[in-house]
Design a protein around this ligand. Structure first.
Ligand SMILES: C[S@@+](CC[C@H](N)C(=O)[O-])C[C@H]1O[C@@H](n2cnc3c(N)ncnc32)[C@H](O)[C@@H]1O
Ligand code: SF4
Ligand code: SF4
Ligand code: SF4
Length: 305
């Protein structure tokens, strides 16, 4: 086995400590950039591009003009819709460096495995006491598969529990090399209907359904379904996903994640329209009915994951 490459670097857009979701015990979630999907409801739209992106918060702007002078691409102009011309912006972050109020923030920066491990080590005692560890999310962690692999290997060497949040849209090699170092795969199945999947996520579900079999063979897997009204939140949709889960290897638990709008304001910061504005989250009665469907198929069902 090769030694761990601590100098491998990846694009990270957030690190959240003390999470009690997304795996056992107390965890640190490392959010990676890059996703081949573009789910219309995505709560992390800043994750999707595999490069740093700038956010602009109008409320904080005092119109000092420093960013305009700093931007060599001429991408900033108060007359632009959303302040920044995103066709010109290269995500260099020079504007954010000079902004005195924090109105401009760059999402995504290069970090080495060693730098991420330094962050993680701050909570090593907590991981040991609680049986927790690292969860790699995003974005899609399998996009930066070499970086994800090294982070997982380094974490396993410390004896920490490892998890990934994935939608398994990746090539076979990425699955085969990364999953053996994952203790728990929290794997989304968003819809069994290929047209619906394509319409709302930008890609067909064919590769995901194929890879789901392999993921479940390699490691302990929990199926997750973000339940989005008008997309995949009928009893028929959830029954179809539950039946599919039965064809996988040893799935015991399905998480239903009720649709939420926590990410809505981020779209504005990115100069994008939020396309799910009119969608209301499910009532507790409706989500309960979906839970019953899952349980009738013999699975444990957790609402919220
Ligand atoms: C941001 S994703 C990152 C991992 C991976 N890209 C995926 O989709 O599985 C993490 C989790 O958040 C869920 N999620 C994203 N947007 C959501 C929303 N608006 N409401 C409920 N769950 C959401 C996803 O379904 C996924 O289970
Ligand atoms: S990130 Fe760079 S290119 Fe983009 S607006 Fe700021 S300074 Fe200009
Ligand atoms: S530097 Fe910041 S506060 Fe000044 S104009 Fe640009 S965004 Fe606004
Ligand atoms: S797969 Fe995950 S990260 Fe990618 S767009 Fe969908 S919810 Fe967002």
């Amino acid at each position: 086995m090769d030694s761990i490459n601590y100098s491998a670097s990846g694009l990270v857009f957030d690190i959240q400590r003390f999470s009690v979701h997304d795996g056992p015990g107390i965890r640190t979630i490392v959010f990676l950039k890059g996703c081949p999907l573009s789910c219309k409801w995505c709560c992390n739209p800043e994750s999707q591009k595999l490069k740093p992106v700038i956010t602009y918060q109008k409320m904080r702007c005092i119109h000092c003009g420093k960013c305009m002078k700093a931007c060599k691409q001429g991408a900033i102009n108060p007359n632009n819709k959303g302040f920044i011309n995103r066709d010109l912006c290269i995500g260099c972050g020079e504007c954010a460096n000079v902004c005195p109020t924090g109105a401009l923030v760059l999402k995504g920066s290069g970090m080495t495995v060693q730098q991420v491990m330094l962050e993680l080590r701050k909570d090593a005692t907590t991981y040991r006491r609680s049986g927790g560890g690292i969860t790699i999310s995003g974005g899609e962690p399998l996009v930066q598969s070499d970086f994800t692999l090294e982070l997982l290997r380094a974490s396993k060497e410390q004896g920490w529990n490892t998890a990934i949040e994935t939608t398994a849209y990746a090539d076979e090699q990425a699955i085969e090399k990364v999953l053996p170092y994952v203790d728990l795969a929290l794997m989304d199945i968003k819809s069994m209907n290929p047209e619906v999947h394509k319409k709302y996520t930008g890609v067909s579900n064919e590769l995901i359904l194929k890879n789901a079999v392999r993921v479940s063979q390699i490691t302990k897997t929990v199926i997750r379904v973000p339940t989005i009204p008008g997309v995949n939140a009928t009893e028929e949709d959830i029954l179809a996903i539950s039946r599919f889960a039965k064809t996988l290897h040893n799935i015991k638990t399905i998480h239903l994640l009720p649709y939420h709008t926590y990410g809505e304001n981020k779209y504005e910061l990115l100069g994008r329209d939020y396309l799910m504005k009119d969608v209301k989250t499910l009532t507790p009665e409706k989500i309960q009915a979906l839970k019953t469907v899952v349980e009738e198929q013999g699975f444990e069902c957790i609402i919220g994951g």
